[in-house]
Design a binder for this molecule. Structure first.
Ligand code: ATP
Length: 457
């Protein structure tokens, strides 16, 4: 397991997917920088989500600010309750999440509250990973604090948002009235969120700064179960559409104390990571908790006027909340393959073409006889529609391997025949099959094969 992760992290750095943040200063824990290919992959995932969410009549987009009024987080329950149980190694003072330590020691914390976890820790005589005594558990609030304006006192204290959802809630009536939306309708937002996680590990899986893609769907009370089921199905299909195979995905239902303070039902979509199943998305029935809280704390009416039934009420909310960075990590892990080809190891990143950083590479077979000129022309033509790359450096086999390693699904080779009859070969990354295609048909060849792409398990 460690082996695959080490190889992936090293490939990500070598090929320009992900770099450690502030690396030349020794790095900053829990923060990562997306390099030229990583940023394309992340952007493609976000774009695919944005299209799935907002290219429909009942969902509007939003980009709210990261800094919000401090009262927002009192109303949402984050000031009081956005905590993880923390314990400290009495010798080294290193801090750990109690639930994670218990899990690592084979104790299932599913459904346990903090009291039950403390009891389980006592019962099993839990020690720190270094074998030392642990302190009593205490709740640690995960929100980053800062000050707004020049005075650094309590009245100026604000938080970096730990989720994008609250920006949606406080704007729900603005969006509804400006867009003349009727229930049910949703608001989608993609943006940064910050959590001062007690421990960060597993590369992009748990970081202190990350991106979320959230959609809150506002519904008439009494219809929430129907829409909860609807969005669970939609989200599962979307995860498959970006190339995550069904046999690596699973559902996890939150029960008892595991349910967040706002939720009355919650299911996670998990991906089978090398270190075990991990949540990538949560689908929550948040009832009318958030809007009712904001009504109370702001003193502003947030009721919806239902013209058809001539009544006013606070809508219920179904939330879909997925980490863009964590999904990127799932796609990276899922793509990584090593295979033997003619006695050599081929490393191939099997991204679905929908999200691959580079859609195609254009390769003149040799650097003479007009092939580079034609290849440049094909590159410029395709660049109008796709992110493509031109490469004429080295033997063709080496160039194919370079493209495999960064997951480019189509390699277009310009050879002497291309100059005669305006056709090229297109090599498919996973099968390595080659097909002769007319230059003028390249765009639709790429589009059609992207749509028809089958995900190998
Ligand atoms: P976890 O239990 O893993 O901490 P969570 O249940 O607190 O996650 P939510 O609050 O439901 O997560 O957030 C929604 C999504 O945001 C998660 O499914 C995940 O993809 C992403 N996410 C949450 N915390 C982090 C983090 N620290 N780093 C990267 N992504 C995160």
């Amino acid at each position: 397991m460690a082996d695959v992760m080490d190889k992936l992290v090293s490939l990500c750095k070598r090929k320009g997917f992900v770099f450690q943040s502030s690396e030349i200063y020794g790095g900053l824990n829990g923060c990562w920088d997306y390099g030229p290919l990583g940023v394309e992959l992340l952007r493609n995932i976000k774009d695919s989500w944005w299209r799935a969410m907002t290219f429909r009549e009942d969902v509007e987009g939003l980009d709210s600010s990261i800094l919000m009024h401090a009262r927002v987080w009192e109303a949402s329950g984050h000031v009081a309750g956005f905590t993880d149980p923390m314990v400290e190694d009495k010798k080294t003072n290193e801090r750990y999440r109690l639930d994670q330590l218990l899990e690592e020691n084979g104790i299932d914390v599913n459904g346990m509250g903090i009291e039950a976890m403390i009891e389980a820790a006592h019962q099993s005589d839990l020690k720190s990973p270094k074998g030392n005594e642990l302190s009593e558990a205490r709740q640690f609030n995960l929100m980053f604090k800062t000050f707004v304006g020049p005075l650094e006192d309590e009245s100026a204290k604000i938080f970096l948002r730990p989720e994008t959802a609250q920006g949606i809630f406080v704007n729900y009536l603005n969006v509804q009235s400006s867009m003349r939306q009727k229930l049910p309708f949703g608001i989608a937002q993609v943006g940064k969120a910050f959590r001062n996680e007690i421990t960060t590990k597993n590369f992009l899986f748990r970081t202190r700064e990350f991106e979320q893609m959230e959609m809150q769907y506002f519904v008439q009370p009494g219809t929430q179960d129907k829409y909860f089921d609807y969005w669970r199905r939609e989200r599962w299909e979307w995860c498959k559409s970006i190339g995550l195979p069904e046999n690596k995905l699973s559902w996890h239902e939150h029960k008892g104390d595991e349910l967040a303070h706002y939720a009355s039902a919650a299911f996670d979509i998990q991906y089978e990571f090398p270190f075990g199943p991990g949540e990538i998305e949560g689908i929550h029935n948040r009832s009318n908790f958030d809007l009712s809280q904001h009504e109370e704390f702001s003193g502003k009416k947030l009721k919806y006027f239902d013209e058809e039934n001539r009544e006013k009420y606070v809508p219920y909310v179904i939330e879909t909340s997925i980490g863009a960075s964590r999904t990127t990590m799932a796609c990276l892990v899922n793509a990584y393959h090593e295979e033997k080809v003619k006695g050599e190891t081929r490393v191939v990143m099997r991204f679905h073409p929908r999200i691959a950083p580079m859609k195609a590479a254009i390769l003149p077979l040799v650097k003479r006889d007009g092939m580079p000129d034609l290849a440049r022309k094909v590159t410029e033509d395709l660049r109008r529609y796709f992110r493509v790359v031109y490469d004429d450096g080295g033997a063709i086999g080496r160039r194919y391997r370079r493209m495999d390693e960064v997951g480019t699904p189509f390699c277009i080779t310009i050879d002497s025949e291309s100059l005669e009859n305006q056709t090229v070969t297109v090599r498919q990354r996973d099968t390595m099959d080659q097909q002769r295609v007319p230059i003028e048909g390249l765009r639709s060849h790429i589009d059609d094969n992207t749509e028809a792409w089958t995900v190998s398990p």
